[in-house]
Design a protein around this ligand. Sequence first.
Ligand SMILES: Nc1ncnc2c1ncn2[C@@H]1O[C@H](COP(=O)(O)OP(=O)(O)OP(=O)(O)O)[C@@H](O)[C@H]1O
Ligand SMILES: N[C@@H](CCO)C(=O)O
Length: 323
Amino acid sequence: MAVYTDITEIDLRRFLSEYDAGELTSYKGIAEGVENSNFLLHTTREPLILTLYEKRVDARDLPFFLGLMQHLARKGLNCPLPLPRHDGRICGELSGRPAALISFLEGMWLRKPEAHHCHEVGVALAQLHLAASDFEIQRANALSVNGWVELWAKASDRADEVQAGLTAEITQELDYLVAHWPEELPRGVIHADLFQDNVFFLSDRLSGLIDFYFACNDLLAYDVAICLNAWCFQPDGAFNFAKGAALLAGYQSVRALSDAEVEALPTLCRGSALRFFLTRLYDWLTTPEGALVVKKDPLEYLRKSRFHRAVRFASEYGLEKRP
Ligand SMILES: Nc1ncnc2c1ncn2[C@@H]1O[C@H](COP(=O)(O)OP(=O)(O)OP(=O)(O)O)[C@@H](O)[C@H]1O
Ligand SMILES: N[C@@H](CCO)C(=O)O
């Protein structure tokens, strides 16, 4: 479970006194998630989510993440809204960690999404890209090609412990991506982690997006590639063409992909598969035994990476002729 940092009721009440949030009536840690510590708070007002930002979040990035949520919410996208403190700031400190309160979104994430859900995810992703296009703060993607090279340098000598031959295979794949990464595609703010557990549905309709803590400025089509990886594979590892087609059609119903983005899609999918393989591998090798967090399987993303290496054209993901 993801509660890395514990809190005491006394500290929490003191923290809440900085906000216009009502009186605390109960709180509990949330088991899901792997990055930050999350708590559900009940007060005499609306329920709230308290997030304590952990190791992979740099406190200097919080104005970007929290400001982006405010910006998107004001534009009508359903995402959590950070609460301001009495002093006007949207971030404070609790148990020695940077911490924020955000609004609670109703809904559940889907364990078994179908093609029509993928269509809605494509629509929401494109809406996010358009709504964020005038967001003024910038944040570079620390987990793009240079970040992968750094992660690999820390993990490569132990990769064969996870599967024999990995060191050679991933070194070759990383070399390919360093040499072929497309830099000249349309850029903007991307979510960069729009996995199933970050999209809520209510009565089978998409109701909200959460977890903007990897958001950054990068290639818009790279975000599409991340979603193809996260949403369009079956549990047995096979790519689901109908889901890919639905996600891409949903996206293009709001924002058409350019010819260059379409051509680059297989490479972007390779990069995205490698990115999640590497962060999962690093966590797999460095998370201590007994830590209260469910480690995610890096090999799921190795299989996806291998699939994309055999793809030549975006049509193999289900991309239809553009509108
Ligand atoms: N605004 C919100 N409204 C309702 N529930 C939320 C909200 N934010 C977080 N949650 C709950 O907390 C869980 C973990 O949140 P989140 O995905 O932000 O954590 P994380 O540690 O950053 O996770 P991840 O591993 O996806 O990066 C979610 O699955 C959801 O159950
Ligand atoms: N969505 C990521 C974890 C959080 O970044 C993964 O599944 O590896």
